[in-house]
Design a protein around this ligand. Structure first.
Ligand SMILES: Cc1cc2nc3c(=O)[nH]c(=O)nc-3n(C[C@H](O)[C@H](O)[C@H](O)COP(=O)(O)OP(=O)(O)OC[C@H]3O[C@@H](n4cnc5c(N)ncnc54)[C@H](O)[C@@H]3O)c2cc1C
Ligand code: SF4
Length: 469
């Protein structure tokens, strides 16, 4: 490390401005506000342009991080966005929701003695700049090759493979069961973390490239995978996610006022229940809201409940803060906004009133025992420790699982014991010829960037197979 590098470390990381907690809990607008040009340039100048950049090793889609950061430092913002887009089709999304602290930023050399470069914030800046200035260029496309590919699901994985294949000259059609494309990016992650206009812009870009999207099309119901192949699609990619809700199977889960996080967030985000009466989607607004779980989905649910007027919005989590899988930034934001946390607590049953509405959650205290198969210490119940928390809404965010409709209607498609599609390699080849899969439906609930990475790998495999190379 030379003396210039040492100077860089001394410059602290530039914090992105954000809405103040007391204001932001009253609206659904985005919390972090993004860098100004000056901040972005100053932050980019912190990067020491490592010859062997650890940050790139930590990026699942191999973004050339030092290259795009250098372009920002030189004020060449649109070129920076184009550099990211060479390997990442959704930079404005990833700049907002990727767990950078566990990926690129974790490996940044500056993090060894100080704070890592704010790679995510810079990625977001470049993508937003390109979108806002309208300087979006359409990349060169190969000549149409006459081959057709059907993509089932328009989440990050389906969108990524669609973009890669259309650029290679394929005729690409996405089939999506919802009335809006984007998958979890539109129905799961709330507006205050990922404004929908950003996802809409990314989808519009793909449509401009030539991707066709058939909405309200549930494959397995309107037609099967085999029918798609028989119709003339040369390959089918299954990027259907793992969105089926999971409950804990404890008494009282069917009381009024108990939601799955999936239903709660879909009503609020995709069906815009927060925008009542402009959108006529009913949603319960409770005073005492408890959310069960410790992941991103739980954080999104509890922060949504606060914005819908909850006075006490509480996370119930059976381990401690240390084991919580949610991104550190989400937990930090939730705390700032006044979310209460009951760690080492597990619900045993929900108590209802005579009219069938939930009024309480009977919980028990837990303590941490030996590590389980996930490596995290296992929560063990403390005897005779039951107590009741008053609630009018409970949101269960303890995970999701695969929807069985595609495997049930695709003979010979191999799944594992949990219903996820089995692939033969990380290029997404399944047990059925010409059928590929990737994203959450293969890995179980994971991350946006991993789902995108799976889409890219499958695009390569499909191209290799269909171009006879
Ligand atoms: C609330 C929430 C918050 C999250 N926060 C983060 C975060 O901050 N950072 C992060 O990296 N990850 C986060 N994740 C995880 C991330 O969103 C997922 O890992 C990612 O979206 C998976 O992408 P996918 O393309 O595999 O599936 P999905 O995004 O689930 O998309 C699948 C699509 O397929 C459609 N579909 C399903 N079945 C069919 C069918 N039979 N026919 C037609 N269409 C079908 C679905 O409607 C959906 O649109 C979060 C998830 C949730 C639920
Ligand atoms: S590791 Fe950090 S300092 Fe080095 S190139 Fe990557 S972002 Fe820049």
């Amino acid at each position: 490390m030379d003396s210039d590098d040492k100077k860089t470390i001394k410059v602290s990381r530039h914090k992105m401005p954000e809405q103040k907690p007391d204001l932001r809990v009253t609206n659904f607008k985005e919390v972090p506000l993004g860098y100004t040009r000056e901040m972005a340039v100053a932050e980019a100048k912190r990067c020491v342009q490592c010859k062997k950049p650890g940050c790139v090793t930590g990026c699942p889609v191999d973004v050339n991080i030092p290259a795009f950061i250098r372009l920002i430092a030189e004020g060449r913002f649109v070129e920076a966005a184009q550099a990211i887009k060479k390997t990442n089709a959704l930079p404005a999304v990833c700049g907002r929701v990727c767990p950078q602290e566990d990926q690129c930023e974790k490996n940044c050399i500056l993090g060894k003695k100080g704070e890592p470069v704010a790679i995510g914030a810079l990625e977001r800046f470049a993508a937003d700049y390109e979108r806002k200035t309208g300087e979006i260029t359409i990349p060169e496309k190969a000549e149409p090759n006459g081959k057709r590919v059907a993509i089932v699901g328009s989440g990050p994985s389906g969108l990524t493979i669609a973009g890669d294949l259309v650029k290679l000259g394929y005729d690409v059609t996405i089939f999506e069961t919802m009335h809006k494309p984007g998958g979890v990016l539109v129905y799961g992650i709330p507006e205050f973390r990922l404004p929908k206009e950003i996802v809409d812009a990314e989808v519009a870009y793909l449509v401009k490239l030539g991707v066709k999207i058939e909405l309200n099309s549930l494959i397995g119901r309107i037609k099967t995978v085999d029918e798609l192949l028989a119709e003339g699609f040369d390959a089918v990619y299954l990027g259907v996610g793992a969105g089926a809700p999971v409950f804990m199977n404890i008494p009282g889960e069917y009381l009024n006022g108990v939601y799955s996080a999936n239903e709660y967030l879909t009503r609020v985000n995709l069906m815009k229940a927060y925008n009542f009466p402009e959108y006529d989607t009913p949603i319960l607004r409770g005073k005492n809201v408890a959310v069960v779980g410790g992941g991103n989905v739980a954080m999104d649910s509890v922060r949504t409940a606060l914005r819908l007027g909850a006075q006490n919005a509480t996370i119930i989590y059976r381990r401690t803060e240390e084991e919580m899988p949610a991104r550190a930034e989400e937990v930090h934001h939730a705390k700032e906004e006044g979310v209460q946390f009951r760690f080492l607590t597990n619900p045993l049953e929900y108590i209802g009133n005579d009219a069938g509405w939930v009024v309480g959650a009977r919980c028990q205290r837990m303590e941490l025992g030996e590590p389980d198969e996930s490596g995290r210490r296992k929560p063990v119940p403390v005897a005779d420790s039951d107590f009741v928390i008053p609630v009018d809404i409970v949101i269960v965010a303890v995970g999701t699982m695969a929807n069985p409709i595609i495997p049930a209607t695709t003979p010979g498609l191999k799944t594992n014991s949990r219903g996820y599609i089995v692939t033969q390699d990380d290029h997404g080849r399944t047990s059925r010829e010409r059928v590929y899969a990737g994203g959450d439906i293969v890995t179980g609930s994971a991350t946006v960037i991993l789902a995108m990475g799976a889409g890219r790998m499958a695009a390569q495999a499909i191209h290799q197979s269909l171009s006879g190379r």
